[in-house]
Design a protein around this ligand. Structure first.
Ligand SMILES: Nc1ncnc2c1ncn2[C@@H]1O[C@H](COP(=O)(O)OP(=O)(O)OP(=O)(O)O)[C@@H](O)[C@H]1O
Length: 612
């Protein structure tokens, strides 16, 4: 055995996290045990699943996570017969921060005023590093299942760690905490047991605490979801939810039911009350855990479609064999049936909760953008999802549904109108809405990226077509405008062809429009082409070609257009005016003029002329 000890620096983020953990956080220190025991139990689950293929030795009979206090040495050891870690895994898993959630957490912790930090740690978890809340030295000895060699990782939580060759009789991991002086109460078996009961009772792997040389069981280990609902307190539901999702809020919804008949399973699912950090950048797939007769199998079975990936939980079935392999999971019709049943159940829960507008808004603001993905991922559910959508609107405060919109439609109004863009505030002020406002026609304001894409897929709601106000020829002529709301229109029959002539390479058409009131011009998408916001997104992604030229719509009731119409009648040159109109239309949609310098010069010139 080599005696060499390798010294490694921690990643910069780990250094910062450790600093915070050690110096700023004292309340709820006991959660270090929850974090370490949960990691140990996960490692045992993983080994059991990997062992199914026969590539690594199975978890020994009765394999437990052992918690062993040693008063003399003032150490606390947490040992598991799990999957173990190689030397390289020790270095990356315990030397860098891989989880985006932890990274985001470190940042919010660093930004929080010092006084708020202790309560923050209570709400979040910091995984393995929480060991340094109670220990001034941590040694991790691990042997990967299937390998002969073992390695030890050790650190005092200050900037670096060491790696050295070690021995371990069996595969698995042992973590030895050299407890700080003020952490001696974590050497009391009674105290350790009560922490495990509180935080880890639902873990199905046996956990023991050593007392006077004997390992005594510390967790009940019954699968929470298999207990009758009447025996489960709201607190234990919440604790289980937090354990599963690595989150620290209250669930917004808890669904617990057993299906019997064509297919037998029990499900316990949660919809979080808070947007997790990971939802933003992280995983795209559902991580609902699959158990077979209580035993954890995998969290990669895709039990819910991706657009419901915010749901956490467990599905436990009797209808699969315990030694089900990955290949078999892909092939079996049982999973497809469970998936259908579970998806429908979540949708119906959302429909019920949607009746309480204020309560539902909390859900919508967290996960609405994810749910919208279902409109094109699962066309078979698009009718259900349409009922669950909520929008900002040009006509009402707060959120509104499509059904409410339809109930407010004006006589003669033929379509549901939407306007997509980047920010709701800018949308509400967009000139694209002027004519709709003047006629009292409501427009839904869509500001999520995904909003450029789904209206086309959904196409209709309650037989009403969904139309972008920037797309094609919007006909508002059947909706009566209130008396005096609109100026009289000028005759633009000579002006339009002249403008088109001047802009022939830049627009596909120039036409008069009813859509405007206070603005002279607006751009519309070409007939049958993508909506303007979609074109913008495509252009940003470098795929702007093929969208076709836009249409320039002019407002024959505007004084500027009226004056140009008079000029056009006298055959005066209009090139400059035409260019300026097009740039104005671009600027008011938040785009840049084609030639910003020339645009600025023209505006300055005409400004000067108007003053002279
Ligand atoms: N007892 C163990 N056996 C095997 N691997 C472990 C063990 N403890 C930790 N690890 C590995 O180290 C990684 C980092 O652990 P850490 O607790 O910091 O984060 P996490 O478990 O991914 O997230 P969190 O603890 O916040 O839920 C784990 O993902 C796992 O791969």
């Amino acid at each position: 055995m080599s005696e060499t000890v390798e010294r490694h620096e921690f990643g910069a983020e780990v250094g910062r996290l450790l600093d915070l953990v050690v110096h700023a956080l004292y309340s709820d220190r006991e959660i270090f045990l929850r974090e370490l025991v949960a990691n140990a139990a996960d490692a045992v689950d993983r080994r059991r699943f990997e062992a199914l293929t026969g590539a690594i030795p199975a978890v020994p009979e009765g394999g437990a996570v052992r918690v062993v206090p040693d008063k003399e040495a003032r150490t606390l050891t947490i040992a598991d017969p799990g999957i173990g870690m190689t030397k390289a895994e020790l270095a990356t898993n315990l030397g860098t921060i891989a989880r985006s959630g932890t990274r985001a957490f470190t940042q919010s912790l660093a930004e929080a005023p010092a006084g708020d930090r202790p309560s923050l740690i209570g709400q979040f978890g910091v995984g393995f590093y929480s060991a340094f809340m109670v220990a001034d030295r941590v040694e991790v000895t691990s042997r990967k299942a299937g390998a002969e060699e073992a390695w030890s990782w050790a650190s005092e939580g200050r900037g670096d760690f060491t790696l050295s060759a070690a021995t371990r009789e069996e595969p698995g991991t042992s973590i030895v905490l050299h407890l700080k002086e003020d952490a001696a109460d974590y050497l009391e078996p009674f105290r350790l047991k009560s922490i495990i009961r509180k935080w880890a009772d639902h873990i199905t792997i046996p956990i023991t605490v050593a007392r006077d040389g004997t390992d005594e069981p510390a967790n009940e280990g019954t699968a929470l979801w298999r207990k009758p609902k009447s025996d489960i307190t709201p607190e234990s539901y919440t604790e289980f939810y937090r354990h599963l999702g690595h989150v620290f809020d209250e669930p917004w919804a808890t669904l617990h039911w057993t299906a019997e008949g064509a297919i037998d399973f029990t499900a316990l699912l949660f919809i979080p009350g808070m947007k997790p950090f990971e939802a933003v950048e992280g995983e795209r797939e559902s991580r609902v855990r699959l158990h077979v007769r209580r035993m954890f199998i995998t969290d990669e079975a895709g039990l819910l479609p991706n657009w419901l990936r915010f749901v956490h939980g467990v599905v436990d079935t009797e209808d699969l064999p315990l030694n089900v392999s990955r290949e078999m999971l892909q092939a079996t019709p049982v999973l497809a049936r469970i998936r259908r049943a579970v998806t429908n159940r979540v949708i119906s829960e959302l429909k019920t909760r949607a009746k309480e507008a204020e309560d539902y808004a909390k859900f919508w603001e967290n996960f609405g953008t994810v749910l919208k993905e279902g409109l094109f991922d699962s066309p078979e559910h698009s009718k259900d999802i349409a009922q669950l959508l909520r929008f900002r609107s040009s006509a009402v405060e707060g959120w509104t549904s499509l059904a409410d919109y339809v109930s407010r439609m004006k006589e003669g109004q033929e379509a549901i109108y939407v306007l997509a863009g980047d920010a709701p505030e800018a949308l509400a002020k967009s000139p694209q809405l002027e004519g709709f406002r003047a006629r009292g026609v409501e427009v839904l304001l869509l500001s999520d990226q995904i909003d450029a894409f789904w209206p086309e897929r959904l196409d209709r709601f309650e037989e009403k077509p969904i139309r972008s106000v920037t797309q094609g020829n919007v006909d508002l002529s059947k909706v009566a405008a209130p008396e005096g709301a609109l100026e009289e229109a000028a005759d633009v029959s000579r002006l339009l062809p002249l403008l088109k002539d001047a802009l022939k390479d830049q627009v596909s058409e120039v036409r008069a429009t009813d859509r405007l009131v206070g603005s002279p011009v607006v751009l519309a998408a070409a007939e049958g082409g993508p909506d303007l916001q979609m074109q913008r997104l495509l252009a940003r992604a470098g795929r702007g070609l093929g969208a076709g030229l836009p249409v320039l719509e002019v407002n024959p009731r505007h004084p500027l257009v009226r004056a140009l119409a008079t000029k056009a009648a006298g055959d005066a040159p209009l090139e400059d005016a035409a260019g300026l109109l097009l740039d104005l239309a671009r600027v008011q949609d938040g785009d840049s003029p084609r030639d910003p310098a020339a645009f600025a010069r023209r505006v300055a010139e005409s400004f000067a002329a108007s003053l002279g």
